[in-house]
Write a protein that binds this ligand. Structure first.
Ligand code: UD2
Ligand code: MN
Length: 575
């Protein structure tokens, strides 16, 4: 039984943590007779005709030369938690910041350790095609920990059918550590499939991936982070999806290599990658209702609104047809959103493949420096993605704490012409289509509030007629009384916005422009304040006020008790 370690998985406890990555712990050892069961070796499998059926399908090869490991007593073997000896606690603490995980333990764990085969039982019956495309595995890294990098590479070498693994490309994004130079060259020289690409200057993850992809010869590109462990049978199910349809982008289930004790931890089933505003990636478990209604099996590929970013297989030519990554994205972050929207909106699909599993060390901090400020880099990347892909929904993104990104004096997000042209050329669908068809659970109202703007003092509603504002008897059927309070905090009717005229203590109407601060209003506790004055100390806060005759609208010093300064909209979508 080549998947003997499967049974060890029973010992994995799963602790559900709602929408975040679900972690557990490998606690007990598997029974020895299972661990010692012999595994099918690569050559036997490839020569064997019995595993290949005539109809062009075969069972996934359970290749795992590490299932019967060299040193069964080594720390971390079988994916169990390793322990730091008391005498070494200081050293292990000191070395933490080399990778922001337990580097000391990583160095003591075999680079080819066995890990529990965490695939759902059903995967054993799944068939994949005989004629699968080959893949280039691309690892980009900067200052990766030696033992972790090696373990990543060995897990690919040991657990991938050799005829499908064209090459492993190690893209060194200008690391500063000496061991990643000659020592790495010498070590990898033993493995003809491994090629090292050295970047002469720091490209950042995104452009490093592009550099790796440009060198790749395989039919499919498989991107992996440089601190992972591929599990048994991980590759074929991914390549099979791309083979079935080259527009499918396949992601393995990302499991957890515990940063403290290096144990391999299985994650919950039925998890999809999603995002919340402002484009924050997260995991979400499919509801049991949805699973039942759609009759989804635990081994079925799951349609996934966005990918985590690090681990996926994509047809090489298709990757370029999609324009690869926006090369204007800097260093790290947001590229998973970009490629996800691009794939879905331009005719592709992203799937999570439960029969393919890869462990990843999730870390609290990045163990490398950002050439520029980290937060600013990621924000800028996200703003590029929002501008190119989100259509009118981009206001929701800006409205969740990113209004400052609209100020062109504060931030230059660079030229977007090529990205916008690409979207046209590929005839990609709208973001509205994406929300309706791919991610209907997303809460995406286009305004914070809308409808009539009712004034409590006059009991009348705001009217926009012939370019000026006045009041009328409230009437929902009149379009001239329909306004919205947008995510970027403008008071708007179609493309006309209410602007604050501070000198005149009045208001005017002008064409909406999200970059203009004097078009922004803070609507809270029923008041509507001119927002750009709030930070200015020499101004009293000014509020929208209705004239007591119910005709004019003016700006007056805010007065908590005046009903003429109290307003509300018919509908509120968010506060
Ligand atoms: C996640 C993704 C990661 C990437 C990132 C957002 C997973 C498991 N990981 O963050 O792949 O999509 O979100 O951008 O989905 N690196 C370089 N050059 C750099 C910076 C990083 O080569 O300038 C390498 C780094 O060594 C690592 C990989 O890029 O192998 C990803 O970086 P990370 O592990 O720090 O990102 P992670 O997992 O927090
Ligand atoms: Mn990572």
């Amino acid at each position: 039984e080549p998947d003997a370690l499967k049974h060890a998985v029973q010992t994995i406890q799963i602790i559900n943590k709602g929408e975040s990555v679900v972690r557990g712990n490998v606690t007990a050892k598997p029974p020895q007779h299972l661990v010692n069961a012999s595994s099918i070796q690569t050559r036997e499998l490839l020569n064997s005709t019995s595993v290949r059926k005539k109809d062009g399908l075969h069972k996934v090869m359970n290749l795992d030369v590490t299932i019967k490991p060299r040193d069964t007593d080594a720390p971390g073997q079988f994916g169990w938690a390793a322990e730091v000896p008391l005498d070494d606690l200081e050293e292990s603490k000191r070395r933490w910041s080399e990778g922001y995980f337990n580097v000391f333990l990583s160095d003591r764990i075999p680079v080819d350790r066995a890990i529990p085969d965490t695939r759902p039982q059903e995967c054993m019956q799944n068939l994949v095609h005989d004629e699968l495309p080959t893949t280039s595995v691309i690892f980009c890294f900067v200052d990766e920990v030696w033992s972790t990098l090696l373990r990543s590479v060995h897990s690919v070498l040991n657990r991938s059918p050799p005829h499908l693994l064209k090459e492993i490309l190690l893209v060194d994004d200008c690391s500063t550590k000496d061991y990643l130079k000659e020592k790495l060259d010498a070590y990898m020289a033993q493995y003809p499939k491994v090629r090292i690409i050295r970047l002469k200057e720091r490209h950042g993850l995104i452009r490093a991936r592009l550099a790796g992809a440009a060198e790749a010869k395989g039919d499919v590109l498989t991107f992996l982070d440089s601190h992972i462990e591929c599990n048994v049978g991980w590759l074929e199910p991914l390549l099979d999806r791309v083979h079935i349809d080259r527009r499918k982008v396949a992601c393995p289930v990302i499991e957890v290599i515990n940063d403290k004790d290096m144990s391999y931890v299985m994650v919950d089933n039925f998890q999809r990658g999603i995002f919340k505003w402002p484009l924050v990636f997260g995991w979400s478990t499919l509801s049991t209702d949805y699973i039942r209604k759609n009759n989804i099996k635990v081994s079925d590929p799951l349609r996934c609104p966005v990918m985590a970013g690090g681990l996926f297989s994509i047809d090489r030519k298709y990757f370029y047809e999609l324009g690869a990554y926006d090369p204007g994205l800097d260093v790290w972050g947001g590229e998973n959103m970009e490629i996800s929207f691009k794939i879905w909106m331009c005719g592709g699909e992203i799937e999570i493949i439960p029969c393919s599993r890869v462990g990843h060390i999730f870390r609290g901090e990045n163990p490398y420096a950002f050439p520029k400020d980290r937060q600013k880099t990621v924000e800028r990347n996200l703003a590029r993605v929002a501008e190119v892909w989100l259509d009118e929904h981009k206001e929701i993104f800006y409205g969740h704490g990113y209004l400052h990104l609209l100020d062109k004096n504060l931030i230059d997000i660079g030229n977007l012409t090529e990205q916008i042209q690409l979207r046209k050329k590929l005839q990609c669908k709208s973001f509205k289509w994406y929300v309706e068809n791919v991610y209907p659970e997303l809460e995406a109202p286009l305004a914070k509030a809308e409808g009539l703007v009712f004034n409590v003092g006059t009991r009348k509603c705001l009217v926009q007629e012939k370019g000026s504002l006045s009041f009328g008897i409230c009437d929902l059927s009149k379009q001239s009384q329909h306004f919205s309070y947008s995510w970027v905090r403008t008071l708007r009717q179609n493309n006309t916005c209410v602007s604050a005229q501070v000198a005149e203590r009045g208001v005017a109407l002008e064409a909406c422009d999200n970059t203009k601060p004097h078009l922004r209003w803070l609507h809270k506790s029923n008041k509507i304040l001119a927002e750009h004055l709030i930070a200015e100390t020499h101004f009293q806060h000014l509020c929208l006020e209705a004239g007591s005759e119910g005709d004019i609208v003016s700006l007056k010093p805010c007065d908590g008790s005046s009903p003429y300064q109290k307003w509300h909209f018919t509908h509120y979508f968010a506060q």
